[in-house]
Design a protein around this ligand. Structure first.
Ligand SMILES: *[C@@H]1O[C@H](CO)[C@@H](O)[C@H](O)[C@H]1NC(C)=O
Ligand SMILES: *[C@@H]1O[C@H](CO)[C@@H](O)[C@H](O)[C@H]1NC(C)=O
Ligand SMILES: *[C@@H]1O[C@H](CO)[C@@H](O)[C@H](O)[C@H]1NC(C)=O
Ligand SMILES: *[C@@H]1O[C@H](CO)[C@@H](O)[C@H](O)[C@H]1NC(C)=O
Ligand SMILES: *[C@@H]1O[C@H](CO)[C@@H](O)[C@H](O)[C@H]1NC(C)=O
Ligand SMILES: *[C@@H]1O[C@H](CO)[C@@H](O)[C@H](O)[C@H]1NC(C)=O
Length: 202
């Protein structure tokens, strides 16, 4: 899930604090608690993203649709991720692990022998969350947006667009996913049936 993990070296927070008014209501989640992890458990849909970093911008534009499941491992400070990406009309399934740094509200993932960081921003009321990354300063800033349903409401979308504005990106530069292009449904169903059988067998 490369697009989740823009190469965040700098924290987004100092940049957000410097701006306004769109940034006013935006706070990163810190610390991440067991309750936060429980809140994140379950199925999520990737809605859209905006990345200044050209490499991430390009990979985001190649993605047609993504949904995934988070499974918390509280004691290990980890989330297991099962993600279903549709790229070039093909389904790509991956199982991976996200590390949680509870104190500073950061998540990370090892990919290509590097640890990629992102700050978690969430809205409990709206059932959405965002992962924010700033790589090499504002020049490479990026945010990706997730919701518990493939279609977002106007209110949810506004929240995302406020963040985009806050970091100085235009709405026209946002890349959205298209749920109608998803081809991972059958594989998800197959996995569900396999799990059911395993549960019955044990
Ligand atoms: C899927 O996982 C493999 C092995 O961990 C990795 O090499 C590959 O880049 C991953 N693909 C995606 C699309 O994340
Ligand atoms: C959060 O903490 C971890 C572990 O101490 C550190 O590696 C990471 O860089 C920190 N992230 C931020 C954004 O400060
Ligand atoms: C921030 O939150 C306050 C109170 O909920 C609301 O009145 C205000 O419109 C919000 N600001 C933005 C930029 O969304
Ligand atoms: C992503 O790339 C496209 C095409 O090059 C560009 O039009 C768009 O502005 C870029 N998005 C961001 C957020 O920089
Ligand atoms: C979080 O959950 C784990 C596993 O259930 C537990 O070991 C740990 O003590 C909990 N942490 C807090 C702060 O409650
Ligand atoms: C930022 O990126 C540019 C181009 O990739 C690089 O030349 C520069 O050293 C980077 N600066 C920092 C502070 O990492």
């Amino acid at each position: 899930m490369a697009l989740l993990w823009a190469l965040a070296v700098l924290s987004l927070l100092p940049l957000l604090e410097a701006q306004s008014p769109e940034c006013a209501n935006l706070t990163a989640v810190a610390p991440i608690t067991n309750a936060t992890l429980d809140w994140l458990a379950g199925k999520w849909f990737y809605i859209g993203s905006a990345f200044r970093n050209p490499e991430y911008n390009e990979s985001a534009r190649a993605i047609q649709a993504v949904f995934f499941y988070f499974e918390p491992r509280h004691a290990e400070d980890k989330l297991i991720v099962r993600d279903y990406q549709t790229i070039a009309d093909k389904c790509i399934y991956n199982l991976s692990t996200i590390n949680i740094y509870r104190q500073n509200g950061t998540m990370s993932k090892i990919e290509s022998d590097r640890e990629h960081f992102a700050d978690l921003l969430l809205n409990k009321h709206l059932r959405t969350f965002m992962l924010a990354a700033s790589w090499n300063g504002t020049k490479n800033m990026g945010v990706s947006f997730y919701a518990d349903k493939p279609e977002v409401t106007q209110e949810q979308k506004k929240e995302f667009l406020d963040v985009i504005k806050c970091i100085g990106i235009q709405e026209s530069e946002v890349t959205y996913s298209d749920e109608k292009k998803d081809v991972c449904g059958p594989l998800e169903k197959q996995h569900e049936e396999e799990r059911k059988k395993e549960t019955e067998a044990s």
